[in-house]
Design a protein around this ligand. Structure first.
Ligand code: CZF
Ligand code: MG
Length: 197
């Protein structure tokens, strides 16, 4: 079984990646599994790709190993793409999913369902010692609900209806989410790249 380090401290992402990579026989190690505690990496970029590169390259340099990082978020059309790269810290630096959802629903309170289009975006960066970092992107289109439904997943999953679904992402099983998600779609791109390289 191969091992891969993912430069994340987000438990929801770790769960997604463990399931998504299990079919390749790849075991996931996240920053939560490491013995030494890794200081929080400041996400100072102004795009998903820049932030993913900062996370992957910082940890790759620290361990001299290949490292994957994920920078992701939700883009809401009625909010001109916000919260975007600020999705985790939308309602404050403490990164509270409930507070983020409440803020989002409040900002959309006057916006009708058909104008609540949005997408999840995931950019994966793979940093390798002495080589240039590569990037793969995946999206998942959908709509923002009027209120939260479901308990699975993390982040904005309870208020996101994937296109064509009458269940929110948090009402889908993890297997169902991992068939259609932005993270899955980015991994499909990564798999294509791995086959060609
Ligand atoms: O409902 C959701 N389902 C998802 O599948 C999903 N993927 C991302 N997000 C949101 O976007 C932020 C990422 O921000 P982010 O990439 O900076 O990660 P993070 O700060 O949480 O952890 P780290 O990986 O940086 O350690 C997350 O916290 C969430 O709010 C999601 N919400
Ligand atoms: Mg982050």
């Amino acid at each position: 079984m191969e091992k891969m380090i993912i430069a994340t401290k987000n438990k929801g992402k770790v769960q997604d990646f463990k399931e998504l990579f299990s079919k390749y026989g790849i075991e996931i190690k996240s920053l939560l599994d490491l013995e030494e505690s890794i200081p929080d990496i400041e996400e100072t970029g102004d795009s998903f790709a820049e932030n993913a590169a900062i996370k992957a390259e910082t940890i790759s340099k620290m361990f001299s190993l290949p490292v994957l990082a994920d920078d992701s978020g939700i883009e809401v059309d009625a909010l001109d793409g916000r919260p975007g790269i600020y999705s985790a810290r939308y309602a404050g630096e403490e990164k509270n999913d409930q507070a983020n959802i409440a803020k989002l629903l409040n900002e959309l309170s006057t916006v009708p369902l058909d104008k609540r289009t949005a997408r999840f975006v995931c950019v994966l960066a793979v940093a390798r010692p002495g080589q240039s970092t590569i990037f793969k992107r995946g999206t998942c289109e959908g709509n923002i609900a009027n209120e939260p439904h479901g308990n699975n997943g993390f982040g904005y999953d309870p208020v996101f209806y994937p296109k064509g679904s009458d269940k929110t992402m948090a009402q889908l099983s993890s297997q169902e989410k991992n068939t259609i998600s932005h993270r899955k779609n980015a991994i499909i791109q990564l798999e294509k790249w791995l086959k060609d390289n």
